[in-house]
Write a protein that binds this ligand. Sequence first.
Ligand code: NAD
Length: 269
Amino acid sequence: MSLASDTGIATSAIAIVTGAGSGIGRAVALRLARDNYVVGSIDLDEEGAAATAAAIREGGGRSTFARADVTDSAMLANAVRYIVGEAETLEIVVSAAGIARGGYVHKMSEDIWDQVIAVNLKGTFLLAKHTVPLMLRSNGGAFVAISSDAGIMGAVGYGAYCASKHGVIGLVRTMALDYGARGIRSNVVCPGFVETPMAEKIFAGAPDGTMQAFEKSVPLGRFGRPQEIADAVAHLASADASYANGMVYVLDGGGSAGHYIGQARTAMI
Ligand SMILES: NC(=O)c1ccc[n+]([C@@H]2O[C@H](COP(=O)([O-])OP(=O)(O)OC[C@H]3O[C@@H](n4cnc5c(N)ncnc54)[C@H](O)[C@@H]3O)[C@@H](O)[C@H]2O)c1
């Protein structure tokens, strides 16, 4: 673990972001730093987390980072303790660490199933387990988890991922009930495809034209950008969303709004 800030960590509001070494998590970390939080980036990929912390510092922000596997309770607890330091309080927690592994159920190994559920669902639970006590000590806070449009509908060939992301929604909505009265707001963001290394990997292994077909299925005609997801997370974490609790914020360019047959339909307007 490495401390990348020597200024004011004990007296400033702290935000922790898992999966901050890449993609959506990195964009969230950078955005929260711009909103003046001291951002603790947690990732299995230490280089990625360090690069995010360095980018925050270059932009004039304050940051710490720690390598941790979100499926390892003790390691994650240490990372949280390290980031929070003497402050012993925490205002914002964002669960963005995740993996996507495909496979039809009848062909999927139990290992793949366990891995996906462990990172996406148990990882979100463990993060909540180790951070909620600190937010209670702060007399409130905001927990935001990144689920997926696969958290609200099926995803061809991605049964484990889909189940994990549905689970995240159930977990976070229950947290909204359990901790709302104690001032902790818990919300979920469900992106459609977003331009990140995860999406690149998914389409790299798919037949030609798959990505274009998916893009065409989005009424806005394109995938999301990490920054667009980060802006929504920052909003939900901010006082501007002071009445948002237990919300499932679908951010998918309209992809799940209904059956969409693209130009054939819009040509009729
Ligand atoms: N990119 C998309 O199209 C998309 C769409 C919907 C939801 N999501 C979700 O958004 C979140 C972020 O995804 P992304 O697209 O930025 O992916 P990404 O692969 O770019 O980043 C994921 C990060 O999580 C980290 N990570 C993976 N396993 C970990 C573990 N066990 N412990 C700690 N860190 C770990 C990785 O090292 C990586 O830095 C994920 O939960 C993903 O399921 C992504």
